[in-house]
Design a protein around this ligand. Structure first.
Ligand code: GAR
Length: 193
């Protein structure tokens, strides 16, 4: 089976992107990271991707004002021009309209730093601590038009420890993210789309 061409969409640091790039270096991995796209020209992850010899693109959402669909059409054009099969959102901090989600139904994955359906949205680690949960974690799921919903592909649990701050908890969850995102992409790319 030919390797699926994957685009990773980022807005910042790109550590999940880096974990996908590292996994895709293995000969038996069913996906190749063909493109990294950022909505922010200064995203640190772009530099890492370039250093790995991966094509990068910037679609700066601020150039489109409030016109979300115009931004998404420009993004979609970049993806189709690069013959992308699968899209991985990896810290891509834009809400998507039903139009773009519909274009990539069943072919767009997201990683979220919580055990969905718990703690959708932002500031998940602080909210988990405030709620007093003893287990937290990360979820990879297919993107649907409702934010942080859609069929779950993989989850990993981590313990919440006494004395945790949002930062210490985030670091523990991030390790789990780096483990499950490559596994989830392997599973999706290796199956018949
Ligand atoms: C990750 O923790 C990811 O789960 C989260 O942003 C971080 C990006 O880090 N995503 C969301 O909160 C999406 N709602 P990274 O740029 O180092 O991968």
């Amino acid at each position: 089976m030919p390797r699926k061409r994957v685009a990773v969409l980022i807005s910042g640091r790109g550590s999940n992107m880096a974990s996908l790039i590292a996994a895709a270096k293995h000969d038996d991995y069913p996906a190749a990271i063909a493109l990294v796209v950022s909505n922010r020209p200064d995203a640190a992850g772009l530099e890492h991707a370039r250093g790995e010899g991966i094509a990068t693109a910037v679609v700066d959402h601020t150039r489109f004002g409030k016109d979300r669909e115009a931004f998404e059409r420009a993004l979609h054009d970049v993806l189709t021009a690069n013959r992308i099969d699968l899209v991985c959102l990896a810290g891509f901090m834009r809400l998507l309209t039903p139009w773009l989600v519909g274009q990539w139904q069943g072919r767009m994955l997201n990683i979220h730093p919580a055990l969905l359906p718990a703690f959708k949205g932002l500031h998940t680690h602080a909210r988990a601590l405030a709620a007093g949960v003893t287990t937290h974690g990360a979820t990879v799921h297919f993107v649907s038009s409702e934010m942080d919903s859609g069929p779950i592909i993989a989850q990993a649990e981590v313990p919440v420890l006494a004395g945790d701050t949002p930062d210490t908890l985030a670091a523990r969850v991030l390790e789990a993210e780096h483990r499950i995102y490559p596994q989830a992409l392997r599973q999706v790319a290796g199956s018949k789309l």
